[in-house]
Design a protein around this ligand. Sequence first.
Ligand SMILES: C[S@@+](CC[C@H](N)C(=O)[O-])C[C@H]1O[C@@H](n2cnc3c(N)ncnc32)[C@H](O)[C@@H]1O
Ligand SMILES: [Zn+2]
Length: 408
Amino acid sequence: MCTQRAGATQDSRTSLDIPLEEIKEGKVSILGPKLELYSDKNRIEPCWAPVFYNPIMKMDRNISVAFLQSFSILTNKKLRICDALSATGIRGLRYAKEVENVEFVVLNDINRLAYDLMKINIERNGLEKIVTAFHSDANILLAYFARRGRRFNVVDVDPFGSPVPFLDNAIRAVENNGVLCVTATDLAPLMGVSKRACIRKYGALPIRSVFSREIGLRILIGYVVRTGAKYGLMVKPLLSYSSRHYMRLFLKVRTGKKRADESIDKLGYVSFCPKCGRVWVEKHFFSLEKKCINCSSKVEIGGPVWLGELCDKFLLKKTVGVFERFFGKREKGFKILKCILEESSMPPYFYTTDFIAKTYRFKKEPILSSIIRALEDMGYKATRTHFSSKGFKTYADISTIVEIYKSL
Ligand SMILES: C[S@@+](CC[C@H](N)C(=O)[O-])C[C@H]1O[C@@H](n2cnc3c(N)ncnc32)[C@H](O)[C@@H]1O
Ligand SMILES: [Zn+2]
């Protein structure tokens, strides 16, 4: 393969001539860009740095460490991990240091400075025996490893913006029953701000609504499911969530055309009436309702989206336990994981306290817990959602929710 490689035996001296500082995260200590030099109005802009490092993503890296630890325990697998777009290497280095049972980690970045920095950081953490750095286009690297006997059981794709350009090769580089981890930060298309970009990149219609973040996440999952299906691979979310400026998926990849068909069967559409707030799920494109049966208004349609669960409850329970043991209950991420667990098996959309109040012109917006309690009292299951602090999920229909508002 035509890439540069740095391993234990190679010289890690570098001509890196950029201001660096020590960064401690989890159990690793790395050299990273001096972030204070890349800020605007006191806001750090990690993309401006010659090598990318975003401290805000620490929470996601903590969750990823806890997830991979749980995955390795439950599957009894020694992990062979590819962090295909590594920047400083922080993510892959943390996997190597903090997750037990890691056989090796491959780091890679197309940016020469990042590659040089990764080599320094591997050595700095004494991880030369199990971590190797590559300087390659991620697609070339992943395509090289997409062969029987070479595949990884964990591939992590954490790009700038959309993961779409890397997904075909990434999915093919995951061995049977392995995990594909995907980050997306192009929320504007996924959440319907740039509708045409969503159609172009993801082949799906987003919805502009209070629950557009969830639809965006489900569009992203749906896209990976369709990508896997082309290669006869089943894709199933083990954990997926969205926070701040990004979406993150951990997906199981399994060989089998029949299984791939089964995951395709879990795709469908979510319809929404902006006038009366009714939301419902549709399975087939050709029979979609175009007008709301409640108020005859034109409906908005989102999809194809993944309609199945966003997590594997058993694995997520384990991940919550590991997260608590590794980082403590107070660390950011713990609450999100607990909430995802609570909201699994609920519908693929949610309402918000303010949206209903505004749509039906209620003077007062009830507090979230009182709505959830009232729904439960009426026999409907209702939960919070990690997607929104004002959001609630329920199978109760809009007229029932409005009646509850009247009674509160
Ligand atoms: C968001 S950063 C990765 C952050 C890192 N995973 C972390 O947790 O800190 C994306 C990285 O992808 C690299 N990159 C962009 N295009 C690439 C490509 N085609 N192949 C390999 N690396 C690429 C960039 O140089 C950048 O360092
Ligand atoms: Zn309506």
